[in-house]
Design a protein around this ligand. Structure first.
Ligand SMILES: C[S@@+](CC[C@H](N)C(=O)[O-])C[C@H]1O[C@@H](n2cnc3c(N)ncnc32)[C@H](O)[C@@H]1O
Ligand SMILES: [Zn+2]
Length: 280
């Protein structure tokens, strides 16, 4: 049985909240909402968009490539190792990586925790296409985790939300008793040097405190800070800008022009907290 087939134990309809079952070409619920499975192996659980503004579309292929290069070069290894350390060694059941992108973190956790199976949920179809192939115990689902996570109540043992948005109430709803959630949030000075000369989005202060308080009936297991200075080439600095939401607001040619005037290596601060909460 594929991991996506097994995941029907925890998937729910994003439109009405009823359980989903496999159906011709994808999945459907008892209220006849139907969702397609892509040939590339991921399931598309996008409900009809009701909120204000455009529906979340997620990261573009160019952003994913930049992030894959940056992660592949080892700049997030310390963060990944801290995430691994935060997942209980005896964790079993389902892991949900919310806004999980290409599944880089989920695959590492699954490698280290053989009793877990996982699902990456992300608004970006090209991201979940990659995630669906990232590990044999990992499934990919495209979904908007802000408007509602298409997973059943109390269905996951471990949730990850790493550099990604989402509703804490929804995270609380999907966590099983004694379930663990690991947040990775940037500090206000994360990548701050790149903001000199470039008008990058500012990271608000207090995100770690906010994450720690976001599920009032969970207890804080740990808050671990990763703080390092890394030396980047101009290309790596470009990747670090264009692998995140700045890509939606910056003109690439302008950023390239500014960075070309800088002397490599460019010394940049990585500053994040790994905040781990557990339900009673
Ligand atoms: C900065 S990336 C982090 C990806 C991954 N967690 C990692 O660290 O490798 C943020 C991710 O959140 C996704 N995303 C943004 N808004 C979303 C939403 N409303 N629902 C689901 N995913 C979303 C993006 O597509 C992107 O993959
Ligand atoms: Zn439905």
């Amino acid at each position: 049985m594929s991991t996506l087939d097994a995941a029907f134990d925890i998937l729910q309809c994003p439109s009405c909240g009823e359980p989903l079952a496999p159906a011709e070409g994808g999945a459907s619920c008892t209220n006849r909402h139907h969702f397609d499975q892509a040939r590339q192996g991921y399931l598309s659980l996008r409900a009809a968009h009701k909120g204000k503004g455009a529906p979340a579309s997620g990261d573009t292929p160019e952003m994913l490539e930049a992030r894959e290069r940056f992660q592949g070069e080892g700049f997030h290894d310390e963060i990944r190792d801290a995430v691994l350390a935060a997942v209980p060694t005896d964790a079993r059941g389902w892991l949900a990586d919310l806004g999980g992108g290409t599944g880089w973190y989920a695959a590492a956790v699954l490698d280290a925790r053989p009793e877990l199976r996982g699902v990456v949920l992300d608004a970006s179809a090209p991201a979940v296409r990659i995630a669906a192939r990232a590990h044999e115990r990992l499934a990919g689902v495209s979904a908007d985790v802000w408007t509602g996570i298409p997973l059943r109540d109390a269905s996951v043992a471990v949730a990850l939300r790493i550099f990604a948005p989402g509703s804490a109430a929804e995270v609380r709803r999907i966590l099983a008793p004694r379930g663990t959630v690991v947040f990775v949030v940037p500090h206000a000075d994360h990548l701050r040097e790149l903001g000199h000369g470039l008008k990058l989005m500012k990271v608000p202060a207090g995100k770690a405190e906010e994450a720690a308080a976001s599920i009032p009936d969970a207890h804080v297991v740990s808050v671990h800070e990763v703080r390092q200075r890394v030396q980047l080439s101009v290309e790596q600095a470009l990747d670090s800008v264009f692998m995140g939401p700045n890509a939606f607001h910056q003109d690439r040619a302008k950023v390239e022009k500014v960075l070309a005037e800088w002397q490599a290596p460019i010394s940049v601060t990585i500053a994040v907290s790994i905040v781990t909460l557990q339900l009673a």
